[in-house]
Ligand binder design. Structure first.
Ligand code: NAP
Length: 251
């Protein structure tokens, strides 16, 4: 039997993948044979990413692109098609938090989080759909979060964006399922990255106590789930939300 996890010959774009969860996802997909393309906001982060991938023996194609800049996103997709090839797998991973209790949450913090976590994912999805339709193949994987279903005090903006991704994914999934394109979400719980390292150590410990698995997740826990959804094994899985949260939330 051929390896059904193989991504040989596939081109994968992972946004915001110089480090953190995106980096782990890209490494796993490269191990499975995919060509890796990633972007980040700043040149220095792209350079750092390229070096980090090279240290793992991966020749990744890195581009500078702010995913909240629609013109830049469309230009990025065109450039990737020209320089690397048609994108088969899109992982909308770039994300930010601007936490604040709702009463004090500024318009700016609301807009920034919606723009990066939700609108950018839609703009990228729209940009890759046409070539995927033509190819009769595509995998779109959106990085939602457990807080999209659970809510989280201090994260009204982030939870709204992550819940929005789920509705968006389910809708697009229905539109393109007949063309061999799947659209799914991963809903990570609390994962050990810079995003959660920003929390105080005592808060991280309290978080771990609430998780049945008694630990924060590792980036590889998420990479495994993405690999599955990107593979042929998940060809009939679309509009799904795959929780990867150590049992924190099962709703
Ligand atoms: P991270 O370490 O902060 O990495 C996010 C990446 O996205 C960074 O490389 C960041 O670049 C990039 N990025 C942010 N804004 C961007 C923009 N406008 N254009 C291009 N790139 C941009 O986060 P992470 O923990 O790996 O999280 C990855 C994804 O998983 C996010 O969508 C996050 O919401 C989601 N998630 C994380 C957790 C968790 O516990 N860590 C849980 C659930 C969901 P800069 O460094 O330049 O900002």
């Amino acid at each position: 039997m051929s390896n059904m996890f193989s991504l040989e010959g596939k081109i994968a774009l992972v946004t915001g993948a110089s480090y953190g969860i995106g980096f782990a996802i890209a490494c796993a997909m490269s191990d499975a044979g995919a060509t890796i393309v990633f972007n980040d906001i700043k040149q220095e982060l792209v350079d750092k990413g390229i070096t980090a991938y090279a240290e793992k023996g991966i020749k990744a194609h890195g581009y500078v692109c702010d995913v909240t800049d629609e013109a830049a996103v469309n230009a990025l997709v065109a450039k990737i098609e020209e320089e690397v090839g048609v994108i088969d797998i899109l992982v909308n991973n770039a994300g930010i938090t601007r936490d604040m209790l709702a009463m004090r949450l500024s318009d700016e913090a609301w807009d920034a989080v919606i723009a990066t976590n939700l609108t950018a994912a839609f703009v990228l999805t729209r940009a890759v759909l046409r070539p995927m339709m033509k190819a009769r193949f595509g995998r779109i994987i959106n990085m939602s979060s457990v807080v999209g279903s659970m809510g989280n005090a201090g994260q009204a903006n982030y939870a709204a964006a992550k819940a929005g991704l789920i509705g968006m994914s389910k809708s697009v999934a229905q539109e393109v399922a007949s063309r061999g394109i799947t659209v799914n979400c991963i809903a990570p719980g609390f994962i050990d990255t810079d995003m959660t390292r920003a929390l105080a150590e005592s808060d991280r410990e309290k978080l771990a106590e609430r998780i049945p698995a008694r630990r924060l997740g590792q980036t590889d826990d998420i990479a495994g789930a993405v690999l599955y959804l990107a593979s042929d094994l998940a060809a009939y899985v679309t509009g799904a939300v795959l929780p990867v949260n150590g049992g924190l939330f099962m709703g």
